[in-house]
Design a protein around this ligand. Structure first.
Ligand code: AMP
Ligand code: GLY
Length: 427
């Protein structure tokens, strides 16, 4: 089978790395890919949201199946386009991808299916939003409705912060049309975790649980990023809680959408707050998480293509995913200045040495190959990932591998896995 992977991050590298192990997959193409993916896939310089060119590429190269990494092409209807051309593709159509591309759409679905989520109100004008803020207590959370690369959410401790957020989103239009509507919702307290499932529209399989580290600095300080590291499993989600999450959140959304004749096919990621009253949905993503996927897939013993094909073919209830019991930790190495401005084109050293550590794999994000040298090419550059005995073992191994890599200005958090470690130590 010839498989096309769309995207260029460490998540897409992890997907390529995993499906390259499938006996069914004979060749992998990646659009546009990166220097790490180029080792296992044939990369071509087509942007991941250029749906026309991607479709042409898939037709010309007789691709048997495509897997989409990022949300933008899903929101723009890449799956609809492929289906129209009778090309096989894994992921949701544009209609159900709105669970991620419109927070209002997601909130309405959550409400319809009685899934726990924070109380909220929707506004499309600055004046009404400000009036609402003046009447309600802080803290509160202000969210741009549309896609804003994870930057459209403001957790506001005071009314003033909330007013500032409204100005940024609605008056300054920082996120363009994505900020034409906003949600103002209650602030939830608890521990965050990600639950990711794969569905064929009627049934689903759970991937292993995981946890992200969104802030740039240690101890969850500083601005939000695309994710500075992850680990799997997330000890906060034990088997009992997983059952509750499936019952109260995953089943209602998957079965509910199917009953409304808009079945969700693909990967559904529920960003949760585990509160004292149980799990609440903060957001849905309609794709694999990044960097969660980098920590999840090395633990998956089953062929990922089993679930991908079953999702498309509508028989995912037959798939049973087997997991390596060992925890996996992914530490993201970023360029100096990220998530603000940063330089590109800096040579990266020590990659082979890092990967020589057993059960370690370095997933590339923003990298490119030039004259036989691997250079930085983005804010998040690498996802250094290791399986280990216990969470401490995995953390130590990932950091050992990080210590062998260097590029000018390389930055990584030193505390990835701290929550899991605290859980382990408290047992
Ligand atoms: P979202 O993109 O909606 O997941 O929001 C990004 C981040 O904002 C989440 O990972 C949480 O850390 C935080 N967040 C979002 N909604 C809430 C909420 N209702 N209460 C507390 N924190 C939230
Ligand atoms: N890790 C957060 C996301 O994938 O959106």
């Amino acid at each position: 089978m010839k498989v096309l992977v769309i995207g260029s991050g460490a998540r897409e590298h992890a997907i390529c790395w995993k499906i390259a192990q499938s006996p069914r997959v004979k060749k992998i193409f990646a659009l546009p890919g990166n220097a790490g993916m180029a080792k296992i896939a044939q990369c071509s310089d087509i942007k991941d949201n250029d749906i026309e060119k991607i479709t042409d590429f898939a037709e010309k190269n007789n691709i048997d199946l495509a897997i989409v990494g990022p949300e933008a092409p899903l929101a723009s209807g890449i799956v609809d386009k492929f289906n129209h051309k009778k090309l096989r593709i894994f992921g949701p159509d544009a209609k159900t991808a709105k669970l991620e591309s419109s927070k209002v759409f997601a909130k309405e679905a959550l409400t319809r299916f009685r899934i726990p989520t924070a109380e909220y109100k929707v506004f499309d004008g600055v004046r009404q939003a400000k009036e609402h803020i003046s009447k309600r207590p802080a803290p509160m959370v202000i969210k741009a409705d549309g896609l804003a690369q994870g930057k459209g959410v403001f957790v506001c401790k005071s009314r003033q912060e909330a007013l500032d957020a409204v100005k940024i989103i609605m008056a300054d239009k920082k996120f363009g049309p994505a900020g034409e509507r906003i949600i103002i919702e209650d602030c939830l307290e608890g521990e965050e975790a990600s639950v990711i499932i794969m569905s064929d529209g009627r049934h689903f399989v759970n991937l292993a649980s995981s946890q992200d580290h969104k802030r740039i600095y240690d101890n969850d300080k500083g601005p939000n990023t695309g994710g500075m590291g992850a680990y799997s499993p997330a000890p906060v989600i034990d088997d009992a809680l997983n059952d509750i999450i499936n019952k109260k959140i995953i089943k209602p959304i998957i079965f509910g959408l199917n009953e409304e004749n808009t079945p969700f096919k693909g990967t559904l990621y529920a960003g949760l707050m585990i509160t004292r009253d149980g799990p609440y949905v903060l957001e849905f993503n309609v794709r694999f998480g990044d960097p969660e996927t980098q920590a999840i897939l090395p633990r998956l013993k089953t062929d990922l293509m089993d679930a991908v094909e079953a999702s498309i073919d509508g028989n995912i209830e037959k798939v049973k995913l087997e997991w390596d019991k060992r925890p996996c930790v992914c530490v993201v190495c970023a360029s100096k200045g990220y998530p603000g401005d940063y330089k590109k084109g800096i040579p990266i050293y020590g990659l082979d040495e890092a990967e020589s550590v057993k059960d370690t794999v370095v997933f590339h994000a923003g990298t490119k190959l030039e004259a036989d040298t691997i250079l930085t090419n983005g804010g998040r550059v690498l996802g250094v990932t290791a399986l280990g005995e216990g969470i401490k073992g995995a953390i130590d191994k990932a950091y050992d591998a990080c210590s062998k890599i260097n590029f000018e200005g390389m930055y990584y958090r030193k505390d990835i896995g701290h929550r899991a470690l605290a859980w382990e130590e408290s047992l």
